[in-house]
Design a protein around this ligand. Sequence first.
Ligand SMILES: C[S@@+](CC[C@H](N)C(=O)[O-])C[C@H]1O[C@@H](n2cnc3c(N)ncnc32)[C@H](O)[C@@H]1O
Length: 173
Amino acid sequence: MLDLGCGTGRIADPLALEGHDVLAVDESADMLAEVQHARTLCASIGSLSLDTRFDVVLLLSHLINGTDGEELLEVAAKHVTGRGSVLVQRLEPGRDWRPGAVIQGDVTISLDSIRVSGSIIEATTEYVLGERSWRQPWRMRVIDDAELSAMTKRLGLTIELLDGAWVLLRPAT
Ligand SMILES: C[S@@+](CC[C@H](N)C(=O)[O-])C[C@H]1O[C@@H](n2cnc3c(N)ncnc32)[C@H](O)[C@@H]1O
């Protein structure tokens, strides 16, 4: 498995512990330092060109909704085996963007300063852990089903499953 933009290994490590051979890729050495079980590679996804092909390629955390989203999906497509799968997590089209908060373990994650302009969403995510807090402003573009369909076609992929934020792709035969 290839986990593109793996962060601290939140997904890659449990998969490796289950016995999968996982290569976790991230451009942040600090994030990769937290990965404990998957193999790691510090690299920018856009410049990735490995000799290996993977049965499963993960492109999660809405990386596809960034300005270089199609480029990143192209890299994912290039690294999947002919009968393999690419799992993508995108911003859910049609989502009603409102301020709100969720609690995940010890961390409270909230969304505020939301601006929606067509397919462009700008907002700030705040993480609060005890006395400490971090604010991350972001800007992303929603990719609806029609655009996703055109994009995957250009990249030689077919849509196997489409479930809101979750997209399972396979190389076109
Ligand atoms: C929000 S974190 C999510 C990590 C992981 N996918 C998860 O779900 O826990 C996104 C990660 O993607 C990495 N990232 C973003 N763009 C990247 C790129 N172009 N190349 C490599 N890593 C990237 C960031 O450094 C960050 O660690």
